[in-house]
Ligand binder design. Structure first.
Ligand code: CMP
Length: 139
């Protein structure tokens, strides 16, 4: 069945002009971009988005980083989109990311790791709804 996932091209990648290269990797993998927009998150928006990590030691740095410059948020669609996009991204820490993944190619470190993708159907639904309304998503 067709599934949707939520993607962020993070500030480190937008700053290095990598939006198109990352979108090409997404499209070449067979996933479709159902919605996309460039945003510059506020600190409050970043804190809300990453609320699940609020007790982690990296939370303040992470939320500062995510509002340090513009991002591109997208909804991706396809068969098993959530697990396929996680595979395409590679491990959170680029030192552990496999060859051919987005993070292996582009990520700078565990924080500036170029992309985010939802980890499960419930988080995908929550994350999509955090940035998009239904009228903006065209499958
Ligand atoms: P992301 O998939 O966006 O989800 C949470 C983010 O926190 C993660 O990618 C990393 O960019 C960032 N982060 C920073 N330090 C850590 C860490 N030690 N473990 C996991 N995530 C981290």
């Amino acid at each position: 069945t067709t599934e949707r996932t939520f993607s962020i091209v993070k500030p480190d990648a937008v700053e290095r002009n990598l939006i198109g290269k990352i979108f090409a990797m997404i499209e070449d993998s067979g996933l479709r971009i159902a919605a996309t927009k460039k945003i510059h998150m506020t600190k409050a928006q970043a804190e809300g988005f990453y609320a699940v990590h609020k007790d982690r030691p990296f939370f303040n740095d992470l939320t500062d980083y995510m509002c340090s410059g513009p991002c591109v948020v997208s909804v991706l669609e396809g068969e098993n989109a959530i697990s396929r996009y996680r595979e395409l991204m590679g491990a959170t820490n680029p030192e552990n990311a496999a060859e051919g993944t987005i993070r292996k190619r582009f990520a700078k470190n565990i924080e500036a790791n170029s992309v985010h993708g939802s980890d499960a159907p419930e988080t995908a639904a929550t994350e999509i709804a955090y940035f998009f309304n239904q009228l903006e998503i065209v499958g």
